[in-house]
Design a protein. Structure first.
Length: 621
């Protein structure tokens, strides 16, 4: 017995702690200290690279942040996506740290390609000047940096978080979104109609529901904001995250993500039905802040439904306990050696030089070409509501029509005018005038009748045509000292007078040929009516009848500022109203309207000369 005790005595130390335990503790402390030393330098290097990335891609990141903040209901979730992507990387930390990283010099290729692509999107042809195409250049550069410093093995492990960040971490252009949004509007309107038809007397025309209640017709328009696109994007981001972190099998993940589409659509239909029922009590319930509040309320059951679906799909597969134990036991141990090989410091130096050179080169190109990558807003000289209610023989018929919050959000600007004019002699019928002013915008998508009227229940009878608008220019005189910088043409002006003082003032007219984009619509409920709508744009002091022309005129890289104004006319009449009569009436009305409108819009010659007044110095006359 004594010999046994003596044999065991060497294994005992002060405090009763075994040597093996002490050694493990020391090794753990040393490993922790060593790991901290290994991580500290890469963290500083990563921060240094992020600063350089922010430097060269600053315009993209600034625009992305502004979109997320200014349109939180649509894109607020993009601010959270980088943190979710970081958490996805954290979940794979053991596999990432299982082996040291290897510098892979082929990663320089996507870095160079991504930077060149980003520069081309900024200063290249107008077709490439797009937020999401610029984001592609940023994503390719980030992937190249990952490959360069971490190698193929780690890049494959990080590919999903990088893709998640790229897909869900940036706002999507309205031009792309509208392709899906318009389809969702149609589906939402149709589904809401079938449900409301069970309880109410309701009719559907285009994307507008007409609820008949005690002899009163209450329209409920399914605008872009009600299409369900907001909910769908947030659901897709959430669904991909939940599927990746909580499901093992590919079919489970795929099915769960795809279910985001029907869930978002169904819940959005229920939201519209709720608004329709509430509108029976008060039509104000279907607009304004309460409209947005109902949308937030329905997010709760939508999220619970999504969680329930996840539980259901997860329970369809019962994992074998031995499989779970084997997977747990096969979890790799973190690598305790150097995380990066000796070539990584040279790669850091090469990338730093490349990014600095690219940033200086990019800025040099911008300076040499004298271009502006973002547009600054130009304030109106005076509000559009200051346009006189009397224009020649035309007189305003009733007060200006105001839009609700949802309609303003769909229009994209709060600077608008909706007013109806009639002739004093009773001839020519009524003209419904709509003017909307936009400034400082990027990648504009003007709202035009081609879509808005069809969503309201009308159908296009004849395809849009760009027709001459032969307005009277005999009183216009050329101003040789004021030249349009883009075209080299001198401005022409008309003389007007201030409302209160009667003082003569000179109003510059826009440059270009007057053409109006005209479309004939029909109402299947009233086939005898003839409906015509036409519009043109004044963009940076020039004219265009095409929405695509706005992008070319108002967003010329050589211009520091940008604005465009949509001028739209609508007329409803009988058989006597045809396309020729519509253009003739609009021409005469524009003769009276244009000088008053141009008094409200910025004087582009002063903007180009840098002498334009600010919004605080509005011409009150």
């Amino acid at each position: 017995m004594r010999e046994k005790v003596q044999e065991e005595e060497p294994a005992i130390v002060q405090g009763g702690q075994p040597d093996a335990a002490m050694n493990d503790s020391k090794q753990g402390i040393l490993a922790h200290t060593f790991a901290a030393e290994n991580i500290r330098k890469p963290v500083f290097a990563a921060a240094f690279l992020l600063v350089l990335m922010a430097w060269i891609f600053w315009d993209f990141f600034e625009r992305q942040f502004q979109n997320a903040v200014q349109r939180q209901a649509d894109w607020g979730h993009t601010l959270v996506i980088p943190f979710i992507a970081g958490y996805l990387i954290y979940l794979n930390r053991r596999k990432l740290l299982e082996k040291s990283f290897r510098t892979t010099w082929i990663g320089l290729l996507p870095i160079v390609v991504g930077i060149l692509w980003y520069i081309a999107c900024n200063v290249g042809v107008p077709a490439l000047r797009h937020h999401n195409l610029m984001g592609l250049g940023v994503g390719v550069t980030m992937t190249g940096l990952t490959l360069l410093f971490f190698g193929w093995r780690a890049t494959i492990l990080l590919l999903f978080p990088l893709t998640y960040l790229f897909v869900f971490g940036q706002t999507i252009s309205d031009r792309f979104m509208n392709i899906i949004t318009f389809r969702l509007q149609d589906i939402t309107a149709l589904g809401s109609y079938f449900l409301l038809d069970i309880f109410l007397d309701v009719d559907l025309r285009g994307n507008t529901l007409f609820i008949f209640d005690q002899g009163v017709t209450k329209p409920l328009n399914i605008a872009e904001a009600c299409s369900g696109m907001r909910m769908l994007m947030a659901f897709l981001a959430l669904g991909v995250f939940m599927a990746y972190t909580g499901m093992r099998h590919l079919w489970q993940r795929t099915f769960f993500v795809l279910m985001a589409f029907p869930i978002a659509i169904v819940v959005n239909i229920l939201r519209v039905v709720t608004l329709g029922l509430l509108s029976l009590l008060d039509v104000e319930f279907a607009a304004g802040d309460f409209h947005s509040f109902i949308g937030l309320v329905w997010l709760v059951p939508a999220y619970l439904l999504y969680l329930g679906l996840r539980q259901l799909i997860s329970r369809l597969v019962i994992e074998d306990e031995e499989t779970e134990n084997s997977e747990a036991s096969s979890t790799p141990s973190p690598h305790t050696g150097n995380l990066f090989d000796r070539h990584s410091r040279y790669a850091l130096l090469v990338v730093a030089i490349l990014l600095v050179f690219s940033s200086f080169g990019f800025n040099g190109i911008v300076y040499y070409m004298d271009v502006y990558l973002k547009k600054e807003p130009v304030p109106l000289r005076t509000e559009l509501s200051r346009i006189p209610s009397r224009l020649g023989f035309w007189q305003a018929d009733g007060p200006d029509q105001l839009l609700d919050v949802a309609q303003v959000e769909s229009l994209g600007t709060s600077r608008y005018l909706n007013r109806t004019y009639v002739r004093e002699d009773g001839r020519s019928g009524k003209i419904m005038l709509h003017i909307a002013y936009y400034t400082g915008m990027i990648d504009p998508v003007p709202h035009v009748p081609d879509r808005c009227f069809t969503a309201g229940g009308l159908s296009i009878k004849k395809l849009p045509l760009n027709l001459p608008l032969p307005i009277d220019t005999t009183a216009w005189r050329e101003v040789p000292e004021k030249i349009n910088a883009s075209t080299g043409q001198p401005y022409r002006s008309v003389e007007s007078r201030k409302t209160f003082t009667g003082e003569a003032i000179e109003i510059l007219m826009p440059i270009g040929k007057f053409r109006i984009r005209t479309t004939e619509f029909e109402d299947i409920m009233r086939p005898s009516l003839r409906i015509f709508a036409g519009y043109y744009f004044i963009a940076n002091g020039r004219l265009t009848p095409s929405p695509d022309g706005v992008r070319l005129l108002a967003f010329d890289l050589s211009d520091r500022y940008a604005f465009y104004c949509k001028v739209q006319f609508t007329m409803i009449g009988g058989r006597n109203l045809d396309q020729e009569a519509f253009v003739r009436i609009v021409t005469g009305f524009t003769d009276e309207l244009l000088p008053e409108l141009m008094r409200c819009l910025p004087d582009w010659s002063e903007v180009e000369a840098g002498t334009a007044g600010t919004e605080d110095r509005v011409n009150a006359g």
